[in-house]
Design a protein around this ligand. Structure first.
Ligand code: C2E
Ligand code: MG
Ligand code: MG
Ligand code: MG
Length: 290
């Protein structure tokens, strides 16, 4: 019985792997047409200023509405798009769409919110990254000071000289550069001090257990303290509870992002969200100070 059982398990397991592999092959092919078929959209998640409590800007997060598979999350298709090189045209589309949207929102609301765009290492190291970025800025008339680029640590590990040149150009233009998911890779803050970046985003895996796991609390505290000494601003992502928010605010975190404030939302909901914020702000401004 044991033998049969293990054989069954084995069969089930290979079938599962084969299916996953077939699925990846199919998805790679489908990704190829997804852009032209307009199957991508962006969701926007607010980033909140710790000091004023107001919305500083939004992070653009891509979504793939697959006609049969439904909503495919970026963690599934971004790696596939990186393998095929499709990430470059997809990433350029994200940049253009996000910049257009934030300009339209700011115009409609009389605001100057920033937009943060995630850039894949493949796109960053590609031939025309800066060129296409400049094109979008010119086309949309977005102030470079309102554009933020989110890069993961991996980007800076490979091809470092070329990467530093691009970062320097971005910084001269006034574009902010974040290191996203900080703490999950292998780079250290002492390494960051030589890079022309100006913000780090503490990864969600630390935020998650910050109030229950002493090690995660210590790491987060260490990142904030050292980042500030190096003149870097600190964003915390994945804030879900009031306790996490209080903990990080008490330790000087500069910006917050997470479900506690708002989930990523389609553009159609952002205006309503901003109107709600404006009403809340005018109410609290009108309230007598205790
Ligand atoms: P990321 O850049 O670290 O984005 C943050 C992720 O955390 C997003 O997942 C967001 O929806 C999620 N999140 C935000 N607040 C909370 C929270 O309070 N709790 C929890 N549990 N999750 C939260 P999403 O949208 O699925 O994106 C996953 C990753 O895919 C992103 O991680 C980013 O690395 C990548 N990605 C998304 N959009 C793009 C894009 O346009 N281009 C590239 N190259 N990568 C993208
Ligand atoms: Mg990000
Ligand atoms: Mg992140
Ligand atoms: Mg993350």
């Amino acid at each position: 019985l044991a033998k049969r059982k293990s054989r069954n398990t084995y069969h089930w397991y290979t079938d599962d792997i084969t299916e996953t592999m077939n699925e990846r092959v199919a998805m790679r092919r489908e990704l190829h047409d997804a852009l032209a078929a307009e199957q991508f959209t962006l969701h926007y998640q607010p980033i909140v200023d710790a000091h004023s409590g107001e919305v500083d800007g939004f992070e653009a997060l891509i979504r793939w509405h697959h006609p049969e598979r439904g909503l495919v999350p970026p963690v599934t298709f971004i790696p596939l798009a990186e393998q095929t090189g499709q990430i470059t045209p997809i990433g350029e589309w994200v940049m253009r769409r996000a910049c257009h949207d934030i300009v339209a929102l700011n115009r409609a609301h009389g605001t100057s919110h920033s937009i943060a765009v995630n850039i894949s290492p493949v796109q960053f190291h590609g031939r025309n990254f800066l060129g296409s970025l400049l094109e979008v800025l010119e086309e949309t008339n977005l102030s470079p000071h309102l554009l933020k680029i989110e890069l993961t640590e991996g980007v800076l590990m490979e091809n470092t000289d070329a990467a530093i040149d691009i970062l320097r150009t971005l910084r001269h233009m006034g574009v902010d550069v974040f290191i996203d998911d900080f703490g999950t890779g292998f780079s250290s803050l002492s390494y960051l001090k030589n890079l022309p970046i100006n913000k780090v985003k503490i990864d969600r895996t630390f935020t998650r257990e910050i109030t229950t796991n002493a090690h995660d609390a210590a790491i987060a505290q260490g990142i904030i303290t050292m980042a500030h000494h190096l003149g870097l601003e600190v964003v915390a992502e994945g804030i879900e509870t009031i306790e996490q928010h209080e903990f990080l605010r008490a330790r000087g975190c500069d910006l917050f992002q997470g479900y506690l404030f708002a989930r990523p939302m389609p553009l159609s909901q952002v205006s309503g969200f901003l109107d709600g914020q404006a009403i809340a702000a005018s109410r609290s401004a009108g309230r007598p100070q205790a």
